[in-house]
Design a binder for this molecule. Structure first.
Ligand code: SIN
Length: 433
């Protein structure tokens, strides 16, 4: 059976799609308090951060509403008399969007918005831990005027997550999959959808390095690390997972950092003073505890934290700084996805670059230095889709978000973000003379 909703949405005037997206954006902003509450209650990030996520997600909707009117083609300079060649860009078709729990609103917004802007229709599945925020967002989209059948959402339990999307993977009408989540699941989706050769955007795991050189502004580096590492309690794909500090500043940086981390307030999301809320579930907290225990058993020193906080609840973990981290520890090769900072020591630039790149992943990376030549060298050598230079807060709807190596492919946000939802059609018209 051919897709039913797609042809009309594809053929709508871009201006009509833009109006719907702008209305959706306005509704998100109008309902920011309710969405914020939902995010925090469902996912656990403190209210202030939940609000930030609503505005972050909404910014992608506004961005792609504007981009929808700029989907240009090309008239190719004439090659033969009587022949006109051009290239136009068309929506790929039905998009399957599969999203994670760590940003239950922003991740689905930044997939749906470009898909709708491009003229695609969407079938989506949010993570089993956080379906309610996604459902609320889709309800607002319908209120904004997204036609019936254009945007569809299902939810599934963890046990049913695979069967729930199996039909999409095999169905030739689904022309694209966009997924944010783990690398093993991304590889599974690529394998299982290969039979119908779908377009894929995969935003997968990271294992981000954060390098502090001897010549860094240490206060700025500590502030940047706090901002990037403890966002969403460390449950972010772009969170630094390995912090490399040059020997000359190692002890001073460790002291400054441990003092600031010890002062972070861990509390339920509903506490207005909370800076770190609960982790998402029991599996997450068990992994964090396993990484810390393994590191300590291999010689890491706990400068602060290093323990669960059962007095707050079963899924709270104290923000932790570990000194003397080494590469035989689990946390050096696996993402911890929690509030743990392991500090590795290095002596020279080449050693830092080698260590930073010694991972199958390549999503985000960060470094702090005040030497302009070093900044240029290191930025070019880091194998990552995103590099923070003397900056810990990288998220922006105007920037291309995505990785290299086993962190996946495709870009979200920015002027490049629509490309993954479009295909190029070459038109060759003869008989013009
Ligand atoms: C992610 O954790 O996958 C997304 C983080 C971001 O958008 O900055």
């Amino acid at each position: 059976m051919p897709p039913r909703a797609f042809p009309a949405w594809r053929d709508a005037l871009p201006k009509d799609r833009v109006d719907v997206l702008h209305r959706w954006h306005a509704l998100m902003v109008e309902n920011a308090d309710a969405l914020d509450r939902l995010i925090s209650l469902e996912q656990g990030k403190p209210f202030a951060e939940g609000r930030g996520e609503v505005m972050y997600g909404a910014s992608y909707v506004a961005w792609f509403a504007d981009e929808a009117t700029r989907i240009y083609g090309d008239l190719i300079p004439q090659q033969q008399r009587g022949k006109r060649m051009s290239a136009i860009r068309e929506p790929v078709g039905i998009v399957a969007a599969i999203t994670p729990w760590n940003f239950p609103l922003a991740m689905i917004a930044r997939k749906i918005a470009p898909a709708l802007a491009a003229g695609c229709t969407v079938v989506g599945k949010p993570a089993e831990d956080t379906p309610l925020t996604a459902l609320a967002l889709v309800m607002l989209a319908h209120e904004a005027g997204v036609p019936t059948g254009v945007l569809n959402l299902i939810s599934a339990s963890r046990e049913n997550a695979v069967p729930a999307v199996a039909d999409w993977l095999a169905d030739s009408r689904v022309r694209k999959i966009t997924f944010t989540g783990s690398t093993p699941v991304g590889k599974y989706l690529a394998r299982e959808s290969a039979g119908t050769l779908k377009k894929l955007s995969l935003e997968l795991g990271g294992n981000a390095p954060f390098i502090v050189f001897d010549d860094a502004d240490l206060d700025a580096a500590v502030a940047g690390l706090l901002a990037s590492k403890f966002r969403n309690g460390g449950q972010t794909c772009v969170c630094p997972n390995r912090v490399y500090v040059q020997s000359g500043v190692y002890e001073r940086f460790a002291d400054l950092l441990a003092t600031r981390v010890a002062a972070l307030k861990v509390a339920p999301a509903t506490d207005p003073a909370a800076q770190i809320g609960p982790m998402i579930n029991a599996r997450a907290i068990d992994k964090i505890a396993r990484h810390v225990d393994d590191a300590v058993s291999r010689g890491a020193r706990v400068l602060t934290g290093g323990k669960r906080l059962p007095e707050l609840g079963p899924t709270y973990y104290a923000p932790t700084v570990l000194a003397d981290a080494t590469h035989d520890m689990q946390l050096s090769c696996e993402e911890t996805f929690g509030p743990v900072v392991p500090l590795f020591r290095f002596d020279d630039e080449a050693e830092a670059i080698r260590a930073a790149n010694d991972t199958p992943f390549g999503l985000a990376s960060y470094f702090y230095s005040q030497d302009v030549r070093r900044i240029d060298r290191v930025a070019r050598q880091l194998e990552a889709g995103i590099v923070g230079i003397n900056e810990g807060a990288l998220a922006s709807e105007a920037a291309p978000f995505g990785g290299v190596k086993e962190s996946g492919y495709g870009r979200e946000g920015s002027k490049y973000g629509l490309d993954d939802y479009l295909s190029i059609k070459y038109l060759c018209q003869g008989g013009l003379e």
